[in-house]
Design a protein around this ligand. Structure first.
Ligand code: BYC
Ligand code: FE
Ligand code: FE
Length: 482
């Protein structure tokens, strides 16, 4: 496949990496495939494996017309290996090897570091499918159910993306890692997924929308950083994954926006102006706004933990090695080596929180997290326009980055959502006013039920503005019992 854009759909595994000519890797992938399908059937969407779902499948890797839409049973989805086109003459964009030709093979000295990056990234993808597997049963509409399954099959494909790199470039231990990616389970006591947020439960649809808004956006940031990689196959893989990622964040952003819209409209219709009139709002069968804020607080904090320690030698090493860059590295105008630069890091100090200048190279996790927060804030601002449009006096705000953290500088302290340090007693007393309480979760759970009539929506969420692929409002996106 020299031009790298056409996809070969003839074999078992759709690809644009010339698998037909690469017997060794094809065999490894075909050996891995049955285990993957077993995993999908046992850990993928529960109860809908035989349903016909209106899914998009990639048919190209260019920037437009890259996907087609059709009804598919999920286990028959054509998961494939798709890389963005190779860029002629690409060089390593940053770090100690800056300016050297991009690597087409794994640089021996960085093998272990690269493998770890691939495994961590790969581990998150099936984890999210596991976390979301029971949500089909309470989908608020067939439209939303279809979006859930679309996200799920694409996260499955993201696993394929990492498994291909492991099997193609890491031989025996790559195959072992690929097998292990099918063994760990989200939330399992003995063999959990690698990162914290991917072992949390996704108990309801509001959590799902928050997860795709907040946590898939971490996916976007991490993939964007890896898309800069001097290891060219990783860069090309991540560039194509980012094309798919946009839809995942769309699902989260519009999902929450539709919840906000529905709540505000119901409040207006009932003559309720005060968002804190929680009992009256809940009596309307919609999600009250303070609970929405608490869910956002939770998912933001969980996602910030995914950026690792603010000050990290691992991150510095990965940058120096040319393996993991900064967000939009190719648009930054500095030496791309960070030999003398410093960066401001937030840390607890003298009973408060203060900024400190540290060598920029060691603060790369902090920097990526800052870029993430800015990107997230832009999405929050779009949510807040819905309040303005419906005339309800409310705004969602991001909590302080120190709030409810388990990794990094703030792991050892507790703060309120404004970043004021709390004693353990104060934290316990105030926690339920800042994070979803058992009571809040029970209320949300009480709203969750399957709405299976085409064009119908559960009472707590507004319909979307447009159908998928321009389908009409009553389109049957999932034929549950075909
Ligand atoms: N949980 O130097 P440090 C996505 C460990 S989301 C557990 O601070 P470093 C998606 C760390 O392993 C994107 N352990 O951090 C979204 C290390 O242990 P060792 C996912 C943690 O190395 C939705 C030690 O602490 N992709 O795609 O910079 C649906 C010191 O580490 C955590 C990536 O994140 C944690 N949160 O790594 C589906 C890409 N944080 O090695 C998919 C790769 C730190 O000393 N990312 N530790 O034993 C990375 O490598 C991250 O930056 C790390 C931080 C989170 C691993
Ligand atoms: Fe993904
Ligand atoms: Fe995603």
């Amino acid at each position: 496949m020299p031009d790298g854009t056409a996809i070969d759909y003839d074999g078992l595994i759709p690809n644009n990496v010339g698998l037909a000519q690469d017997l060794r890797v094809r065999k490894a992938l075909e050996t891995w495939h049955p285990g993957y399908i077993d995993w999908w059937k046992s850990m993928g969407p529960e109860g809908f494996q035989a349903s016909q779902v209106f899914l998009r499948t990639a048919v190209g890797v260019g920037s437009d017309n890259w996907a087609k839409f059709d009804f598919v049973r999920m286990p028959e989805y054509r998961w494939g290996v798709l890389l963005a086109p190779q860029i002629e003459g690409r060089t390593i964009p940053f770090g100690a090897h800056k300016g050297e030709p991009a690597w087409q093979e794994v640089p021996g000295e960085y093998r272990a570091m690269l493998r770890r990056l691939l495994v961590i990234q790969g581990d998150t993808e099936p984890a999210s499918v596991e976390q979301q597997r029971h949500l089909g049963a309470t989908a608020p509409s067939l439209y939303d159910m279809r979006n859930l399954f679309q996200v799920n099959v694409e996260e499955g494909r993201h696993l394929w993306a990492m498994v291909y790199l492991l099997q193609k470039y890491f031989g025996r231990d790559g195959r072992d890692e690929a097998a292990d990616l099918l063994k760990r389970r989200s939330g399992d006591v003995d063999s959990p997924r690698m990162l914290g947020a991917f072992n949390e439960r996704t108990p309801d649809w509001l959590s799902f929308f928050m997860f795709t808004f907040f946590t898939d956006r971490d996916g976007k940031m991490q993939l964007a950083a890896l898309a800069q990689s001097g290891f060219d196959p990783l860069s090309r893989t991540c560039r194509f994954m980012l094309t798919e990622e946009a839809h995942h964040m769309f699902v989260g952003e519009t999902g929450v926006a539709r919840v906000i819209q529905r709540t505000c409209e119901a409040m207006k219709a009932a003559g309720i102006d005060n968002p804190n009139d929680i009992e009256r709002v809940r009596a309307l069968g919609v999600i009250d706004l303070p609970t929405l804020q608490k869910k956002a607080n939770l998912h933001f904090a969980l996602t910030l933990d995914l950026f690792g320690n603010e000050i990290s030698t691992n991150a510095a090493n990965a940058f120096n090695a040319g393996l993991k860059g900064r967000y939009q590295e190719d648009r930054l105008t500095d030496d791309h080596q960070l030999l003398t630069a410093t960066y401001k890091v937030l840390r607890p100090r003298d009973g408060g929180i203060a900024t400190e200048d540290v060598p920029a190279l060691s603060a790369l996790n902090m920097r990526l997290r800052d870029d993430y927060v800015a990107d997230t804030q832009a999405g929050i601002n779009r949510w807040n326009r819905v309040f303005a449009q419906t005339g309800i006096d409310f705004a969602i705000t991001l909590p302080h980055v120190a709030f409810n953290r388990r990794i990094g500088e703030f792991a050892a302290i507790e703060t309120d959502t404004n970043g004021n340090i709390l004693t353990q007693e104060e934290w316990i007393r105030r926690k339920d006013s800042m994070l979803p309480s058992a009571d809040d979760n029970l209320f949300i759970a009480s709203l969750m039920h399957l709405e299976r009539q085409p064009g119908a929506y559960a009472n707590w969420i507004a319909p979307p503005r447009h159908g998928i692929d321009n389908r009409p409002g009553d389109f049957e996106y999932v034929k549950i019992d075909p």
